[in-house]
Design a protein around this ligand. Sequence first.
Ligand code: IPE
Ligand code: IPE
Ligand code: MG
Length: 227
Amino acid sequence: MSGLVHLGIIMDGNGRWAKMRNLPRVAGHLEGLKSLKKVIKGCIDEEIRYLTVYCFSTENWKRPASEVNYLMALFTNKVYGEIKAISSLGVQVRLLGNRSALPEAALKALDRTREETKNNDKLILQLAINYGGHDEIVRAVNSLIKDGIKEVSAELIRSRFDNPDIPPVDFIVRSAGEERLSNFLLFDSAYSELGFYDKLWPDWDEDMIKTVKQDFLKRTRRFGGLT
Ligand code: IPE
Ligand code: IPE
Ligand code: MG
């Protein structure tokens, strides 16, 4: 039985959480950030080495500007704002996604966070921001074309991803009941296990990670072979 090395989370249901409380949608995003902190601790407790969280998709620009701006402000202020706590836990922060449309201030804060946490190795946290599975593959292929490469392979494509040193995701879980990937980790999810949970993202905590890990350990992975 292999352990859970890389967990991916589609953090969904912030808007519904807020709506149930007659709060503006963005209140759900702020509460979701608190869940993320608890979940990071849970991952460290469960000895999960890589955590990739879906924060903003390449499709989320379709939302009202006020919501998009609020989320961009969270990425700008709250990530670097937590640098002390992040570092004391031994978390290394990486950005996964297309930098081109992100505000300069957000990029600066994320790059600074990456730089200041680069020697931490307890948990590698990938923040998927302006991330899309299609965009990831297209950017990789275009970078190969730019280098004059005439024929690609799966390995070559993957080598041009943002963080090719991070192993493929073992388990992708999604909160809030929707059963779809919504363009998350399309290439690396080829053989990952999938788990869908009804609990809304702002209600997740350390204990949910215990449940998630137990659920994963019950799965039998075959990768196309036989057990
Ligand atoms: C997930 O929560 C967070 C982001 C996509 C940024 P949602 O905002 O999608 O919440 P629901 O799905 O509307 O409840
Ligand atoms: C996926 O959630 C993106 C993130 C969690 C950041 P969405 O709420 O955007 O996905 P759909 O629109 O329900 O598929
Ligand atoms: Mg949603």
